[in-house]
Design a protein around this ligand. Structure first.
Ligand code: PLA
Length: 453
């Protein structure tokens, strides 16, 4: 039987940073395999066994990922998860792209190893990702003006850029759209970057409040960053037109602001990778410096691989080299270096002309299926709703989501009564909907819209 004495106990106390924990440790051990010689000093000091974490409050469930947890807990057969933006097949099953499987086979055949990547990530991935974003022979890339660092998908890439902004532009604010993807605020809050909102969605027209957006961007202090969704705005599904993008670029340029693009859905808005990058390419073609966070969660279905990148397009290659060095410096103490598997998949798909073409067809298939359910949902809503309400906004919105206009109580009715899980802001992910469930969904929406205030 092991014996511990007072000196070992005091070590325990130091190690666990506090008398109470030291005591709890000794007490636990003594009841199993350890015999405590003398604990009188500690006994006197502490009569109760209180957790160090009494002050830690319960965090609320995440507004998006928490929806999946609630969905899992529901045992009703009718249940439908339209919360998270994750693509499902018509049978509502997760989908691994064929090109991903082929790329993984290639990796196995090659016998890829699991060595650490450099801090900036896999070179072949970084080359492929910037080319996918800006086009194969973009001037900025050719001139070495883009600092690209592989990130932990879109979120990690945004977070790294936020840390960079906090370090080099302390106190400078980021303007974000109202509404926006829920995690944007968390990302900037945790990085210590102040943010404010610009108008974006107009509930009256169920469209873009372009005048409001421009006015708010114009009013921003010069030097601010403006977060823009490159395509398929989340949660509204409403994007500016090409002409409106030109005007947005004008204002950002005139007011000496910097655009920060979040490109999480390249290929998913229009079905074309190039078209969906046109907003970013427009800014870069004007010689503007921009941040661009990329994600391969949706377009390659690599949700759990956590693969993406942060690109900083600079006006000189010298600036790009320095910016990259600082991004690496920020990444090193946070996660050291990024994971290799997803990076190799992307590099293999984008870098191989046959797989690249196959990817484009699979993406068209995925975005085509979403367009199909959009149409079916609209048809069902129009047929079920006898009031003549115009539901055509469902057709005009693009990408994975539809912003239904349902409020919090109505959204709650959707899950409580109909077992349809969605975010409380009224967003539904059409990527999680099948043609056969559209009628049921339309019934639920019409009921919630008219019978819940
Ligand atoms: N940016 C936007 C606009 C997003 O919608 C998402 C994901 C991300 C970045 C980050 O995705 P990634 O880190 O996986 O690359 N939004 C999802 C999932 C699909 C989520 O909330 O994390 C959503 O349901 O809104």
């Amino acid at each position: 039987m092991a014996v511990i004495d007072n000196s070992q106990l005091s070590l325990c106390q130091k190690k666990f940073d506090g008398l109470r924990v030291g005591y709890a440790f000794a007490k636990r051990k003594s009841s199993s395999s350890l015999k405590v010689k003398s604990v009188s000093r500690i006994n006197m000091a502490l009569a109760t066994d209180v957790s160090r974490f009494e002050g830690v409050t319960m965090a609320p469930p995440d507004p998006i990922l928490g929806v999946s947890e609630a969905f899992k807990a529901d045992t009703n057969d009718l249940k439908l998860n339209l919360g998270v933006g994750a693509y499902r097949t018509e049978d509502l099953q997760p989908y691994v792209l064929n090109v991903v499987k082929k790329a993984e086979n290639m990796m196995l055949e090659k016998g890829e190893n699991k060595e650490y990547l450099p801090i900036e990530g896999l070179a072949a991935f970084n080359k492929a990702t910037v080319e996918l974003l800006l086009g194969a022979d973009n001037d900025a890339t050719k001139q070495g003006r883009v600092a690209t660092v592989q990130g932990l998908s879109g979120t990690g890439s945004l977070r790294l850029a936020a840390a960079f902004i906090q370090r080099y532009f302390p106190g400078v604010q980021v303007l974000i759209s109202s509404p926006t993807w829920g995690n944007h605020k968390n990302i900037f809050n945790d990085a210590g970057v102040p943010w404010s909102e610009y108008r974006y969605y107009d509930p009256k027209t169920v469209g873009l409040d372009f005048e409001g957006m421009i006015a708010d961007i114009k009013a921003a202090p010069s030097g601010s960053f403006v977060l823009l969704h490159g395509c398929a705005h989340n949660p509204t599904g409403i994007d500016p037109t090409p002409e409106q993008w030109e005007k947005i670029a004008d204002v950002i340029q005139e007011k000496d602001l910097t655009a920060f693009f979040d490109v999480a859905y390249q290929g998913f808005a229009s079905g074309s990778l190039d078209e969906d990058a046109s907003s970013v390419r427009l800014f870069v073609a004007r010689g503007m410096e921009v941040f661009v966070a990329q994600s391969y969660s949706k377009n390659l279905g690599l949700y759990a691989e956590r693969i993406g990148a942060i690109n900083v397009v600079c006006s000189s290659s010298d600036a790009a080299i320095r910016v990259k060095s600082q991004l690496k410096r920020l990444a090193r103490p946070m996660y050291s270096n990024p994971p290799v598997h997803g990076a190799q998949i992307v590099a293999n798909v984008v870098g191989n002309p046959t797989l690249f073409d196959e990817w484009k067809s699979e993406m068209e298939l995925m975005s085509g299926r979403i367009k199909g359910v959009r149409q079916r949902l609209y048809d069902n809503l129009s047929a079920k709703d006898k009031t003549g309400k115009d539901w055509s906004f469902v057709l005009r919105q693009i990408g994975m989501f539809s912003f239904t206009g349902l409020n919090k109580a109505q959204s709650e009715n959707m899950s409580n009564k109909w077992h349809i899980y969605m975010t409380k802001d009224g967003r539904i992910s059409l990527a999680g909907l099948s043609l056969s469930k559209c009628e049921y969904l339309a019934d639920a929406i019409v009921d919630s819209y008219y019978n819940v205030s």
